[in-house]
Design a protein around this ligand. Sequence first.
Ligand SMILES: Cc1cc2nc3c(=O)[nH]c(=O)nc-3n(C[C@H](O)[C@H](O)[C@H](O)COP(=O)(O)OP(=O)(O)OC[C@H]3O[C@@H](n4cnc5c(N)ncnc54)[C@H](O)[C@@H]3O)c2cc1C
Length: 453
Amino acid sequence: MAKNIIEIDANQYEEFVLNSKKPVILDFYSDECVPCEALAPKYEEMAELFGEKIVFLKIYRQKNRSLAQSLSVFSSPTVIFYNLNSEGKMVEVGKRLTGAIKKIELIEQIKNLLSDKYIERVLSYKAKRRVDVDVIILGAGPAGLTAALYTAQAKLKTLVIDQDLPGGQVKITHMISNYPGTGEPISGWELAERMQKQVKNAGAEIISAVDVTDLELREEDHIVWIDNEIEVHGKAIILAMGAQPRKLNVSGEKEYAGKGISYCATCDGKYYEGKEVIVIGGGNSAVEESLFLTKFVKKVTVVHQFDHLQANKTAQEEAFRNPKIHFIWDSEPRAFKKTEDGRMIVTIENVKTHQFKDLTTDGVFVFVGYVPNLSLLKQDLSRDRWGYILTNEDMATNFEGVFAVGDIRSKKFRQAAIAVGEGTIAAMACERYIAGLKHKYTELAKSEMLYSN
Ligand SMILES: Cc1cc2nc3c(=O)[nH]c(=O)nc-3n(C[C@H](O)[C@H](O)[C@H](O)COP(=O)(O)OP(=O)(O)OC[C@H]3O[C@@H](n4cnc5c(N)ncnc54)[C@H](O)[C@@H]3O)c2cc1C
């Protein structure tokens, strides 16, 4: 156990938490838990920085289930913050953290335990760090992880950085049945974990659930800033940040995102057991996700802007056969509101008659396409008219030493197996590019030696 962290069990909860004289942070962790592994180094760092004033504890959830249940802890990791109240009683404060926990979120909660001034002072002593690698890979979805597997196996020092947990969109896909080699349909989460394990075994480092605060593309020396404190330099960089659901930009969408409006059926479908939902969209995602939602909900109403679906024929036929799925054609959402009892009201407009109508539902799922994750890019890379990055067949962009792979790249089809193939190509091209750099400098050194002789 790292410095300043104490491992306790349920019998010690009273002594170490409730009777503590200092603020306490308690981390419920589990084995074989990717977000727990991602949290561990950040938790250790917080304990080193603030261990003088705060008691940092860890408790193994699987062996202390009844305590976990009594505290309503149902997932790992769950980090709970405690402080003494005005009556000197130790009580839970702030917000519990679960899932892919970022360092910045831990610091935000520590503000409930220590003064801002003290925190600022401690953080100001923290030295900024520089890390040098051969290849930086931004994004740990299938494209980035495959690229990392190949560059690591080619003995290039490889660092994969992701703002979330590794796995990309695959990890939130319920089941994947079209990825070769799995034999039978496999849960996206499991496939993502297997990919991640293989990449780590090959020798690549993965840093996940961090804030990528800046990216600077510079010839032969690209820089990525993590959490504003680690400056990563790479001879080459592979951009594999994928894409994210397109927003409707309709009134109320931002306000209710995550509070009634969702972009992921796999993540949120389970919260609508026995309820009614509206799906916006009519392409492959909208239809496939509607079918998935029928496992939970009693009714799905698909609102689509045209009078026909754009999904593939098989999915369309399945949807038309499903008695739980209903359609409203030629209509677009114009506003989202909430009723007093927490249901959603979707105002739709018929684009042919221009008549407006309010629909009341329990939840809304939006599947109207994707946009590439390019907010970090300051430099101009060539892109297509939808913003996706253009590359040559080696996945090289128009900027030297910068490659782009997977869903971020301009192309017709987006699938895991395609992303994996592109990751492979980019890694092989990147290896040649770096070998070329070495050759270039050896030649340069030789000519300089000749010159000086
Ligand atoms: C609901 C759904 C179901 C699907 N089903 C299938 C299927 O059955 N079969 C199939 O083959 N494909 C399926 N796909 C498509 C497949 O998941 C994608 O094509 C594939 O994941 C693309 O891989 P990628 O690595 O390019 O991007 P992603 O998987 O999107 O990964 C990108 C990664 O980059 C990270 N990232 C983004 N921005 C930054 C940043 N600024 N800094 C650092 N990291 C960043 C993200 O956190 C993410 O982890 C499905 C997709 C969805 C959404």
